[in-house]
Design a binder for this molecule. Structure first.
Ligand SMILES: [Zn+2]
Length: 262
């Protein structure tokens, strides 16, 4: 019996060490999220991302012909889904917003109603980010109504960063809703070499901060965006940066605030 216990001790020590080192490597693991916006709208790049093997997070426009289909397709293939909420910009065409956008002429009650409806048209969504919105995100009344509905539905928020004066961070913090901000836009210039360059920027931000978030698009720039993102994966591997769904970057906040997705 004694002999057996002695034999057991090195094994127990070994497994304890294994556990500790696993925890250490996990906390040191550099993680980046790549959100791809405008699913539900344009079709360029949709198949490349949704049939691809990079764990992007799919932000789906509500109220469009393909909202439900794209959200279900993404979910079926294991991708995380977000609601990509159209919000009024300072400049730009109304048609860029799609149906039922959040505009500053709405009352908070109308905003709440619209956000609730939007969530219903995007099944499996666990988060929300803004489409455009440079005007509406600066409006405290509007943003508060959105954050309240996000909280009721346990959706985390990503501030797409279309205005430096966005009220999202302040109000999400006040109401206890997990939030992160976008670090890098991938396809503000439509070429795959630009997207590649921006992905390297994401890698550098991630190395400095320990985590990073980039946003790209399907639609008009979708094809070049997918090419640039896929080409950059070798570099991410070399730098030991893991691409993860957004919720994995937020995991501590989600647990702490009881936002764990169903
Ligand atoms: Zn968008």
């Amino acid at each position: 019996m004694k002999k057996f216990i002695f034999m057991l001790i090195p094994f127990l020590l070994f497994s304890f060490n294994q556990k500790v080192s696993a925890q250490n490597t996990d906390s040191k693991q550099l993680k980046a999220a790549v959100i791809i916006d405008d699913f539900g709208g344009g079709t360029g790049g949709v198949r490349d991302f949704l049939e691809g093997d990079i764990p992007i997070t799919a932000a789906v426009m509500p109220f469009t012909e393909n909202s439900k289909a794209h959200a279900e397709w993404a979910h079926k293939n294991g991708f995380e889904v977000m609601v990509h909420l159209p919000m009024e910009p300072k400049r730009g065409k109304r048609s860029w917003l799609g149906p039922k956008p959040i505009t500053v002429d709405l009352t908070p009650k109308q905003v709440r109603q619209r956000v609730k409806e939007a969530i219903k048209t995007v099944p499996y969504a666990v988060g929300l980010n803004n489409h455009m919105g440079s005007l509406a995100v600066e409006n405290e009344r509007i943003v508060r109504a959105i954050v309240e509905v996000a909280k009721e539905n346990k959706l985390y928020i990503i501030d797409s960063g279309t205005s430096p004066e966005s009220k999202f961070p302040e109000i999400a913090n006040e109401l206890g809703v997990p939030l992160l901000k976008r670090d890098v836009f991938l396809d503000d210039i439509s070429s795959s070499s630009h997207v590649y360059k921006q992905m390297i920027r994401l890698a550098k931000v991630t190395e400095i901060k320990g985590k990073g978030i980039a946003i790209g698009h399907v639609g008009v720039t979708g094809k070049v965006c997918s090419v640039g993102v896929f080409q950059s994966m070798a570099e991410f591997k070399k730098r030991h940066i893991k691409i993860v769904p957004v919720s994995e970057l937020l995991s501590e906040q989600l647990i702490e605030k009881n936002f764990v997705p169903k």
